[in-house]
Write a protein that binds this ligand. Structure first.
Ligand code: ADP
Ligand code: MG
Length: 340
C-alpha cells in the first residue's frame, strides 16, 4: 500500500472481530452443528436433537436436556471469550470439556441469526434470548437448552458462496453428529432434516453404538482393542484386513473423548497394518485414547480437531502396539451387544 493511503492504527469494531474469528470456527453448517453439540454434551445432555433446514444453511437447531444457562448469564454466553468451563491457565492444562475458548456462540452469532432458549432446573420458566436484538423474555421449555441458528452467512455473502449443495452440507452435518455419537454411546442422538427423521441413535454400549452408526459389518469384521502402553490406554475396535475400504471414511480417532484428525495416530494405525494390508486399501477402525490431560495440548486450533502430544513417539508406539496386538489375537471375542 502506498504510504499516502495508509490508515491510522485503530481497534477493530467488536462485530468485525467476531466475524474474523468466525472465519476460523465456522466454515459451514456442519461447524455450527459440531460446536452446538459440543456445548450440549458439556452441559451433560442425555439426549441431543439436531434439526436442519436446507442442509443446515437455513436452520441448525440443537436441543438438549442438559443443565441449561441461568437467565442472567444468557447475554454473557454470546460474548467473546466468555466461558463457564475454565477460569485459569491451570484449568486450561487439565481441561476435560469439549469447549473452553468461549468463542463459538459469539462467532456463530456474528454470521447468523442466533437465539438461545434455556432453562436451568431451578428456574420456574425458560428464557429466550434473541442474539440480534439482545431481547430477553420468558418462554416455555423443560430443563435444557435449544440454540437456533438461522440464515448462516446471510450478512457475509462472500462466505455463503462457498457453501455446496444442500445435500452435501447435510452430509457434512450428519458426519459431525456421527463423530460425537461414536464418542458418547450413552447419549441419544436424533437428526431431522426438513421435518423428516434422518438418523436416530439410542443410548447403547459402545460396541452397539459402533454397529448402529457404522453398520453391523463394522462390528462383525473387527476385533476389540484394549491395551495400556505407558501412559496411554487404547481401546476401541480395529477392522480385520478384509474389512479395509478404498476410502479412509471409517477411521475414527478420539483423544479423551474428543474426535481428532491427527497424523501421528493415522500413521500409527496404518503402520499396524503394514504386514497384512497392501496397496491403497484403507483400514477401518475406531480408536479411543485415554491419556492424562497434561500430556496432550488441545489448544492448538480453534476447532480443536488437532491436538499436540507432549510425546508423539510414545503415543505412536502405544497405538501401533495396541492395534497390532488386537489383530494378532484370536478372533471371536464376545461382542458387547444385545442379541438381535
Ligand atoms: P465454550 O463452549 O468454549 O465455553 P461457547 O461460546 O460455545 O464457549 O459457549 C459459551 C458458554 O455458554 C459456555 O461456556 C456455557 O456456559 C454456555 N452454554 C452454551 N451452550 C450451552 C448449552 N447447550 N447448555 C448449557 N450451557 C451452554
Ligand atoms: Mg462451546
Amino acid at each position: 500500500l502506498h504510504p499516502d493511503h495508509r490508515r491510522p492504527i485503530r481497534d477493530l469494531p467488536d462485530e468485525l472481530i467476531s466475524q474474523i474469528a468466525a472465519g476460523e470456527v465456522v466454515e459451514r453448517p456442519a461447524s455450527v452443528v459440531r460446536e452446538l453439540v459440543d456445548n450440549a454434551l458439556d452441559a451433560g445432555a442425555t439426549q441431543v436433537t439436531v434439526r436442519l433446514l436446507a442442509g443446515g444453511v437455513r436452520l441448525v437447531s440443537v436441543e438438549d436436556d442438559g443443565g441449561g444457562i441461568p437467565r442472567d448469564e444468557l447475554p454473557i454466553a454470546l460474548r467473546r471469550h466468555a466461558t463457564s468451563k475454565i477460569g485459569s491457565l491451570q484449568d486450561l492444562e487439565q481441561v476435560a470439556t469439549m469447549g473452553f475458548r468461549g468463542e463459538a456462540l459469539a462467532a456463530i452469532a456474528s454470521v447468523s441469526e442466533l437465539s438461545i432458549l434455556s432453562r436451568t432446573p431451578g428456574q420456574p420458566s425458560a428464557f429466550l434470548l434473541d442474539g440480534r436484538s439482545g431481547e430477553l423474555r420468558p418462554a416455555a421449555r423443560a430443563g435444557g437448552t435449544t440454540v437456533e441458528v438461522k440464515e448462516l452467512f446471510f450478512s457475509t455473502p462472500a462466505r455463503r458462496k462457498f457453501l455446496k449443495t444442500d445435500a452435501t452440507e447435510l452430509a457434512h452435518c450428519i458426519e459431525a453428529v456421527r463423530r460425537h455419537a461414536l464418542a458418547r454411546p450413552e447419549t441419544g442422538f436424533a437428526i431431522w432434516h426438513e421435518g423428516k427423521l434422518v438418523e436416530q441413535w439410542r443410548p447403547a454400549s459402545r460396541d452397539q453404538r459402533l454397529a448402529d452408526v457404522l453398520g453391523e459389518d463394522f462390528l462383525a469384521q473387527s476385533v476389540a482393542i484394549d491395551q495400556v502402553v505407558g501412559p496411554v490406554r487404547v481401546t476401541g475396535r480395529a477392522g480385520i484386513p478384509d474389512a479395509a475400504r478404498s476410502r479412509p471414511d471409517h477411521q475414527f480417532a478420539y483423544v479423551n473423548g474428543r474426535y481428532v484428525r491427527d497424523k501421528v495416530l493415522t500413521h500409527a494405525a496404518r503402520s499396524a497394518y503394514e504386514d497384512v494390508l497392501h496397496g491403497q486399501r484403507q483400514p477401518v477402525y475406531a480408536l479411543y485414547l485415554d491419556i492424562e490431560p497434561s500430556r496432550v495440548d488441545v489448544n492448538v486450533h480453534p476447532t480443536k480437531i488437532e491436538v499436540r502430544f507432549r510425546d508423539g513417539r510414545e503415543v505412536h508406539q502405544a497405538v501401533r502396539r495396541a492395534v497390532e496386538a488386537a489383530l494378532a489375537a484370536p478372533r471371536a471375542a464376545a461382542l458387547d451387544v444385545a442379541p438381535p
